[in-house]
Design a protein around this ligand. Sequence first.
Ligand code: HEM
Length: 474
Amino acid sequence: MTAVATASTNSSVRSRADLGGPRAWPLLGNVPQLTGGREHLVLEEWADKYGDVYRFSVGRQPFIAVADPDMARSMLRLRPDGLKRAMRHELFEGIGLQGVFSAEGDEWRRQRKLVMPAFKPSQLRAAVPSFAPITERLVRVLDAAAASGESVDALDLMKRYTVDITTQLVFGIDLNTLEKIDNTLQASIHIIFEGAGARVRAPYPYWRYIKLPADYRLEQAIAHVREVVLKIIETTRAKLAGDPEAEPQNLLEAMLTDTESGEKPMSNDEMRGNLITLLLAGEDTTSNTLTWVLHYMCAQPEMQRKMQEEADRVLPNSEQIQDFDEVVRLQYCEAVIQEALRRRSAAPFMFLQALKDLEVDGLRVDKGTYLALLNRRIAMKETAFGEPERYWAERWLEDERPAGCPHNSKSQLAFGGGPRICPGRGLALLEARMALAAICKRFTLSTAPGSGPVEEVYAFAMHPKGVHITVRRR
Ligand code: HEM
């Protein structure tokens, strides 16, 4: 990888002008094609048509799309000094989401250091017992569905599960959205997610000039979440002041008592921005992935049977994971999740922007140019993974993968890469395995009668639409 601060004069270096790409409309660019929750699919279709590196534009903003695995990985490593996350900053400010996800440069370095201790393996290991009651609750909800015979909206259920787990880990608070159907915090988080998705897709920040009913709803939801989170921070600070020697019990306490990073502690505002960031980053991505797994368990009964056998082996005498060592033994289950991350990535693409003139693997990227890294398309290449279209968990298990079948795990970019790789990936894999082990131990799932085809929809993250399941006790 080469990255230089000035444009190259080398004629073998391509620039944006040399690239092919879809025809752009005057002023709007390719915005009209990138709508309706299908934007990731359109970007991938263009890669089929124009190749691994092509150009397009959003309004007047020049974009280069990259589906070349080496080039994408090189680009991910050029952060934070060469490339930044391209998100609308007015979006984050309005939503109270300023935190490690939106920060850049030295500010990002500082916040990342302050947030990371909370995701240490020892912290996750210690959290397992506090997650067990939430998994038990998930089983109770499914038990009720099994008894009534009613079908379950899998995405809704998984969102409740992941929001409960994330608030437990982040704040040490058990929200119980799983059983309290009408939980206002979860509803507010949902509104923020939908609103953020709509704003990301809007061609310009109209909400600065005119507010639609959806914008008022979004503002109310933001105010609600901010108020709740601030109260939690204040209560936790007071608790820690009363017992300064106590070991941190959750992520908030770990951040408030940090002494390892050597950084200036976060202000209340920064803390709040980061906590909301973690709540949002942790909820939809994980629930979407889990819902795809449930969908494939119904579609592939043999895979489901193998997951059940593994759950029986790992949990011979209990219904729940109680210990981190049990989680580690769920290797088939992990393969199933990895395959959902590859095939149905919650983050199928990522937008970055060049902070200076760069040259990356033979491509000149002028300062200000936007990049769309097509993570999912990269993981769908024949050269990266054999039979890429097929959802095939066994590919992740060395003993079961046929010799010679391409398998390049570096092309799995579902959690991003480089210094800004998702810090929550360990947590996501942990909570997903805990939920799946409990489900497999007790139930057999099938697609609810009358269900239509399941579709991919992009709204800030990509989720499955139409996963309805019926549950039978084993
Ligand atoms: C299946 C679940 C998840 C997926 C697919 C996912 C995916 C991603 C991706 C693609 C990024 C961008 C990485 C990059 O820029 O290279 C990211 C960043 C991030 N994720 Fe996750 N994530 C998941 C779960 C979580 C969880 C559970 C948390 C925390 C509770 C979390 C917190 C974050 C944060 C804080 C960042 C920003 C990191 C930074 O900019 O330094 N994520 N995630």
